[in-house]
Design a binder for this molecule. Structure first.
Ligand code: AMP
Length: 141
């Protein structure tokens, strides 16, 4: 069965400005925001604005430009948050763990000795998310 994209998903609503988000970076083609259920301190999401469910139906140019943003956010997060490593995660379809059906890449800072939390479980404090967004944004400049 071929799944189709719906513009009613929550990330599409955030891109359109209908729902608030802790924005880190935005240009004409991408939005970077904090994951509100972070799996580690500083977990962010790189979201291309072009509509696609996931990597499987995305245009190659969208994937190419997105990975550049992923690299930039990963370096900024590692530096700003003094992370020991960065995990990039990306799910395609519900069977693979995808819960929001608009393409996105998880950028998850890893801290030695600290376990990565469960996926989409614990809502983070908004003040903490704002602080993280600020720190990553400043390191991207
Ligand atoms: P996935 O399972 O790969 O589709 O990941 C979706 C991610 O979006 C999860 O990590 C959720 O914690 C996160 N998420 C869901 N709703 C929001 C929201 N309103 N703002 C920011 N992140 C969200």
């Amino acid at each position: 069965m071929t799944e189709t994209y719906s513009g009613e998903n929550i990330f599409a609503k955030i891109i359109r400005g209908e729902i608030p988000a802790h924005r880190v970076f935005e240009d004409a083609d991408h939005l970077v925001m904090m994951d509100i259920f972070p799996q580690s301190r500083g977990h962010s999401l790189v979201i291309p604005k072009a509509p696609s469910r996931n990597l499987l139906d995305a245009a190659p140019d969208t994937l190419a430009s997105s990975i550049r943003v992923v690299q930039s956010v990963a370096n900024a997060a590692k530096h700003a948050l003094e992370a020991d490593g960065i995990r990039i995660m990306q799910f395609n379809e519900a069977a693979a763990g995808q819960t929001v059906f608009h393409l996105h890449f998880h950028v998850i800072p890893i801290y030695t000795g600290t376990q990565v939390g469960a996926h989409a479980q614990l809502r983070a404090d908004d003040a903490e998310l704002a602080t993280m967004a600020d720190a990553i944004r400043k390191a991207m400049i």
